[in-house]
Write a protein that binds this ligand. Structure first.
Ligand code: G3P
Ligand code: MG
Length: 236
């Protein structure tokens, strides 16, 4: 379930994660960025505008201030009062609900190394003793390299919007266990090659059941969806 509850809930909130679990999803994708004081929080955008309707940059705003903002009202009155959670709150909730987590390391520009390091270190603590660790994914190879250094034992996913020509080498060099690929650019040959190299393939963001079935038929291991109402969790 993308960003917790896809389009059915305010993204990257605890309410969204609870909804994903309630609807039967086995895993959630969340975006994690550092607040101004270094606290990892669930946030997709670098600015506060879209999801809290206030001004400011996440990377320049301390968590104490972020915690006061309403991150739910933009999705409708029933969600009013949802907050920007800390990564640790979200991780605890995932463990409590038995949800697997795809933790997307989402650094603000210039914070790639710091974010990869901080999120990996914290993830190691938060999932200590868990049967299934989270996967740390990122568009930033700097963040992935920093995550590897900080927590080499946590699995990593190489996140791509387009397939870079050297994707095979990138998977190998960053020691990733999975390719997280935009489903629009995914081809059966790529799925086959990645899996033959020992990597899982995750496709995002797949918003209709027919496309999801096709991808799963190609051997894709996981689909990430915004449409929790259309792409049933038991499809896989
Ligand atoms: O992890 C897949 C997806 O979340 C990547 O794109 O922009 O929704 O974080 P975005
Ligand atoms: Mg994401």
């Amino acid at each position: 379930a993308h960003r917790g509850g896809g389009t059915l809930a305010p993204e990257n909130t605890l309410g969204a994660i609870r909804l994903g679990a309630q609807l039967g999803f086995k895993g959630v994708e969340i975006d994690v960025m550092l607040a101004g004081d270094g606290t990892p929080v669930l946030m997709h955008d670098q600015t506060l505008k879209r999801t809290t309707r206030t001004h400011g940059e996440v990377a320049h705003t301390p968590y104490a201030h972020l915690a006061q903002l309403d991150a739910g009202a933009w999705r409708g009155a029933r969600w009013r009062g949802e907050r920007i959670p800390r990564f640790e709150d979200a991780a605890r909730l995932c463990r409590e609900l038995g949800l697997w987590a795809n933790v997307e390391v989402k650094p603000a520009h210039g914070y790639e190394r710091r974010t990869g390091e901080a999120v990996a270190r914290m993830a190691l603590e938060l999932w200590n003793g868990a049967d299934l660790p989270p996967v740390l994914s990122s568009f930033s190879s700097v963040a992935l390299a920093a995550a590897r250094q900080a927590a080499p034992q946590l699995p990593r996913g190489l996140l791509v919007g387009r397939l870079p020509p050297h994707w095979r080498e990138m998977l190998r060099d960053l020691e990733c266990v999975a390719l997280h690929c935009n489903h629009r650019v995914l081809k059966p040959r790529v799925v086959e090659e990645a899996r033959a190299a020992g990597c899982a393939v995750l496709a995002w963001t797949v918003n209709d059941a027919r496309a999801a079935r096709k991808l799963l038929g190609w051997g894709v291991d996981c689909v990430v969806t915004d449409r929790l109402d259309r792409v049933a969790p038991d499809l896989a």
